[in-house]
Design a protein. Structure first.
Length: 148
């Protein structure tokens, strides 16, 4: 097992999840539509749960989550633009930005699913989370499309 590559891939996933969690938590406090508050709350909680599950698996394999990832130098902050948009309260823009973040999360999971020599328990976890991420992506995309 190439634990270096595996660890790098998992840390990348963790960063992506933390980014999403931060993004949704911020959006949740700023957005006024009650339905979006619920959606953002759900996905902030989902990301939080995924982080815990992933870190547990990493500890079992003696792979340590990095506190602040330097893998990609500067990790792409998918949700960075939400703050400014939410202030404008434009539902479509907020959802478009979330969907961009979701695209990024989906890609990160697609990459993780290609990692070699992943222990079966961890592989199953990544598959399960990837399905949840895809579902989130599609829900956000549908909300965005409906908000035009």
């Amino acid at each position: 097992m190439d634990s270096k590559a595996l660890q790098a891939g998992l840390n990348e996933l963790l960063e992506t999840l933390k980014d999403g969690q931060r993004g949704y938590t911020e959006a949740l406090t700023d957005v006024e539509d009650a339905d979006l508050k619920q959606v953002f709350k759900k996905y902030a909680a989902q990301r939080s749960e995924y982080i815990t599950e992933l870190e547990d698996q990493m500890h079992k394999l003696n792979l340590h989550p990095e506190e602040e990832s330097s893998i990609t130098g500067t990790v792409h902050r998918a949700f960075i633009n939400l703050k400014g948009l939410v202030t404008g309260k434009d539902r479509h823009s907020i959802l478009a930005e979330c969907e961009r973040g979701e695209d990024y999360a989906k890609k990160a999971y697609e990459t993780a699913q290609k990692l070699q020599d992943v222990p079966s328990e961890l592989k199953a976890l990544i598959e399960k989370q990837a399905a949840g991420i895809k579902q989130g992506h599609d829900e956000i995309r549908n909300l965005r499309d409906a908000s035009k």
